[in-house]
Write a protein that binds this ligand. Structure first.
Ligand SMILES: NC(=O)c1ccc[n+]([C@@H]2O[C@H](COP(=O)([O-])OP(=O)(O)OC[C@H]3O[C@@H](n4cnc5c(N)ncnc54)[C@H](OP(=O)(O)O)[C@@H]3O)[C@@H](O)[C@H]2O)c1
Length: 315
């Protein structure tokens, strides 16, 4: 196995996944540099042990200086909320472009991992999916660079703002779902995603120029009943949210977002994502290349998440 990279550059380090990743990399004794927004530097969300580099995601000149000193780059920054493609562009497309240009200008072939999304497999669905797809496309013709793309499905864990509220409600007995009742969804605990990234980091050349959609290893994913069973004591009610109602709320939310200038999570595009019949991954290629296997299915992940109340009380 090659020596561990001396210094890893992480973008999106302040996010749900990024924070968990940085903590793990530091715990493993790696030297970690994180890119933070100049107007938020120093960012108090970052551990003291990592070096903060204040630079815009799209500032090629600053990035070139930073990547010249990096032995690996993990691009974890991303916009997951927005009104239009423009809202997703900076982090999901332009930042990726700038990072690639910086690597090229620095003449550095350090491995680059792009954290994309399973949504990138269906760019026609939403501006988010389109932006993740376009970000990926920028890598495809860069054969001189050593890149890998990971496409996680919905990721859950401590600090997650999307799945965790749904799982908490399910523990209280109510499981609202927007998709069809027989929908099948792959899921991934954030610690297994982080472990996949750390595994990639130990031998990135094995994954060069590949795109992997990875999940928690549950074949065929989860139905909503499976999700309820895994996180609750099997006493929950499935509450289907009518599609028309969801579309109406999403349209209203989009109009309000335009008026009050915020980036909405629930948009018409998000509804199209939510109602797909299935979002499924397959670990075989990534496991074959790296030996990585996930450790937590949803039941185990929920135990870890809600462990403090394993006496039976519901948090
Ligand atoms: N969470 C999931 O279920 C999931 C599933 C599949 C794929 N992904 C992908 O995984 C990545 C991380 O997701 P996450 O859930 O951790 O998202 P998150 O919590 O929203 O974090 C996003 C990160 O990107 C940074 N960022 C966004 N726009 C930026 C900009 N214009 N300039 C500089 N930094 C910017 C944020 O910085 P600030 O904190 O400074 O805003 C933050 O560090 C994203 O690319 C997402 O598409 C996530």
């Amino acid at each position: 196995m090659p020596a561990s990279p001396a210094s890893v550059l992480v973008t999106g380090a302040t996010g749900f996944i990024g924070q968990r990743l940085v903590r793990t990399l530091l715990h493993k004794g790696l030297n970690v540099r994180v890119l933070v927004r100049p107007d938020k530097s120093p960012d108090s969300r970052m551990p003291d042990a990592c070096e903060q580099v204040p630079a815009s995601l799209t500032d090629v000149e600053s990035l070139t200086t930073v990547v010249a000193r990096s032995s690996a780059v993990i691009y974890c920054a991303g916009s997951v909320r927005g009104r239009s493609l423009a809202d997703f562009k900076t982090a999901n497309i332009e930042g990726v472009r700038a990072m690639l240009e910086a690597l090229e200008q620095a003449g550095n072939t350090a491995p680059l991992l792009l954290l994309s999304s399973l949504a990138a497999s269906r760019p026609e669905l939403s501006d988010y999916a389109r932006s993740k797809f376009e970000g990926e496309q920028l890598l495809q013709d860069r054969t001189s660079l050593n890149w890998t793309i990971l496409r996680p499905p919905a990721v859950y864990g401590p600090g997650d703002r999307e799945m965790l509220p749904i799982l908490k409600m399910a523990r209280k007995g109510l499981l609202a779902h927007a998709g069809p009742v027989d929908q099948r969804l792959s899921l991934l605990h954030v610690d297994d995603l982080v472990d996949a990234i750390v595994t990639w980091l130990s031998a990135p050349e094995k994954c060069q120029h590949q795109t992997y959609a990875i999940d928690d290893g549950t074949a065929g994913g989860y139905s909503w009943s499976n999700i309820g069973d895994a996180v609750s004591d099997k006493q929950f009610r499935l509450i289907p949210v009518p599609r028309m109602l969801l579309k109406t709320i999403a349209n209203l939310n989009l109009q309000l977002a335009k008026i009050f200038d915020y980036a909405p999570m629930l948009s018409p595009g998000k509804v199209r994502e939510l109602v797909q019949a299935e979002w499924l991954c397959d670990n075989s290629s990534f496991t074959g290349a790296t030996g990585w296997t996930p450790k937590l299915n949803l039941e185990q992940g929920a135990k870890q998440l809600f462990g403090a109340s394993e006496d039976g009380s519901k948090t």
